[in-house]
Design a protein around this ligand. Structure first.
Ligand code: NAD
Length: 483
């Protein structure tokens, strides 16, 4: 396929937390790939800003190592890697103090696009925003990129929004949800709004239900203490799964621009019905031989935090009334996969003798580990033996276009280029984030009030039995969790 990379404008990108895990694993390897593709113009600079006491040469070595480890840089790219590394700079900056800010003011160029990536703990966002303003480093054209988590409830999200709003206009704020940067997510919008075929069927007349699954094989070991304060609802559902739900359920925006898309997503969140507690199953992974349990990983023997959640929700509008949306996500499950499945209704009546199976068309959209899309259709089983029907997947993945190594890193690099281009379509707006918390807060408060205890589930399984029952009692079943 012919690459049609359009270079962005020359930029200075400051990464606060530039020595951190996220910067080394995702952001810088991703930027290197954009550099290789020709999208990052010569003269652009990436300025790491963090607490570590190193100089630019030390930083360059750190990032060279990180790109070799996480970016899969080939030997053949050594020369290009040297060119990329030469565009890196480093400043020791203290978000809470005075160190480094004057130097940053002197370093930054005001004639090019400048963007500030807050890849640090959210408790530092306010300090960074304030100092960027006080030291006259950011101006009205600057962009700030903020990482998740964006608050831990509605009140803290509002506080964060207010703090950022003191120094930046909403049009300057880019709240990252890397799920939105995935190629398939954008393809989902292309399929929905670029084809005549699906729109007439995309409603409660033809759709039986929708499933969204984000399954992980890893546990919380390593970040257990941090995770234990959030749980699957805050860590995954409130942001990633709800964003996917919005994209699958929203009305067609009048045009593909940031506010038109985000207005429609917001309407979906606001139309979500409060959930009946019987429609939620929480789980914690159990001990498995030498593999520690969730509570051991979390170092909290009395933890009631969920490492798994499955829920059934409904959207109260004309398009979706009565259509259940089943969401589930968890750690230490059978396979690592993220999938959205639109399950259409059964055909009302079969004309084929002996065919008793409930044939259903399913549009399945995989986000990871492989990005792809299949439409399950029913056909005649080839060969003799009469009219026997089988369900087969029609592969709608354009493998060449998506590339073999599409992964999270792709999402980060795409989103950063959008920041430089000034395109907010794939970023969450402040009111969207607040609306999502307004929906999840009462659910979390309900668990607390009822002392809700998560159900144990086996590591390597599909979650607790009750999660299966959530579907079975409505004569539906979860799709298999597989890569
Ligand atoms: P990290 O702990 O690995 O790195 C933190 C960085 O912040 C370091 O560079 C450190 O020097 C810098 N820092 C800390 N205090 C500072 C101060 N006072 N002044 C200036 N710099 C300071 O963290 P991380 O894993 O890279 O995560 C960064 C942010 O990204 C967090 O908000 C996290 O929730 C979010 N996030 C991380 C991941 C991930 O995969 N690591 C994924 C999603 C979101």
């Amino acid at each position: 396929m012919v690459s049609r990379v359009i270079p962005v404008e020359e930029f200075d990108l400051v990464i606060f937390g530039g020595t951190g895990d996220l910067a080394r694993r995702k952001i810088l390897p991703g930027l290197f790939r954009r550099f290789l593709s020709g999208q990052m113009p010569a003269g652009s600079r990436i300025i790491g800003a963090a607490r570590s006491d190193i100089d630019s040469d030390g930083y360059r070595q750190m990032i060279r190592d990180a790109i070799s480890e996480f970016g899969g840089a080939e030997k053949s790219e050594t020369g290009r890697l040297n060119d990329f590394i030469a565009q890196l700079h480093y400043l020791r900056v203290d978000a809470k103090g005075e160190a480094g800010w004057k130097e940053l003011h002197e370093l930054i160029r005001f004639k090019v696009v400048n963007a500030f990536y807050f890849s640090v703990a959210p408790s530092l966002f306010g300090d960074l925003a304030e100092r960027l303003h006080t030291f006259k480093i950011a101006d009205n054209d600057s962009r700030v990129v903020v990482e998740k988590p964006f608050g831990r409830d509605l009140v803290s999200a509002q506080e964060l929004n207010d703090t950022l709003a003191e120094h930046f206009d909403e049009t300057q704020i880019y709240r990252i949800d890397h799920y939105l940067g995935k190629e398939t997510v954008q393809n989902l919008m292309a399929v929905r709004f670029g084809n005549m075929l699906f729109e007439p069927l995309w409603n409660n007349h033809y759709v039986d239900h929708i499933q969204i699954t984000v399954a992980e094989t890893v546990g919380v070991g390593g970040r257990g203490a941090y995770y234990d304060k959030s749980g699957a609802m805050r860590d995954m559902v409130q942001n990633h799964l709800m964003q996917l739900l919005c994209l699958i359920a929203m009305e067609a925006p009048s045009q593909f621009d940031a506010d038109a898309v985000r207005d429609e997503k917001l309407k979906v969140i606001r139309a979500l019905q409060p959930i009946d507690p019987h429609h939620i199953v929480r789980g914690q992974y159990d001990v498995n031989g030498d593999e520690p349990s969730y509570r051991e990983d979390a170092e909290n023997p009395k933890s009631f935090t969920e490492s798994f959640i499955a829920l059934r929700c409904e959207i109260a509008n004309w398009r979706w009334a009565g259509v259940p949306f089943y969401l589930r996500t968890g750690k230490k499950l059978k396979a690592r996969t993220s999938e959205i499945a639109v399950v259409f209704k059964d055909i009302g009546h079969s004309i084929f003798p002996g065919d008793e199976k409930r044939h259903r068309n399913i549009l399945a959209i995989q986000l990871q580990p492989n990005e792809g899309m299949q439409l399950q259709v029913t056909i005649k089983e080839p060969g003799p033996g009469g009219m026997r029907l089988i369900d087969v997947p029609l592969d709608m993945t354009f493998a060449e276009a998506l590339g073999p190594d599409a992964d999270d890193t792709d999402a980060y690099e795409r989103l950063i280029m959008d920041v430089i281009r000034g395109n907010q379509t794939l970023f969450m707006r402040g009111d969207e984030v607040e609306a999502a918390w307004a929906w999840t807060d009462p659910i979390i408060e309900g668990w607390k009030a009822r002392n809700d205890v998560p159900k144990l589930y086996d590591q390597g399984s599909g979650g607790p039995e009750d999660a299966m029952a959530l579907m079975h009692r409505e004569e539906r079943r979860w799709r298999e969790i597989k890569e």
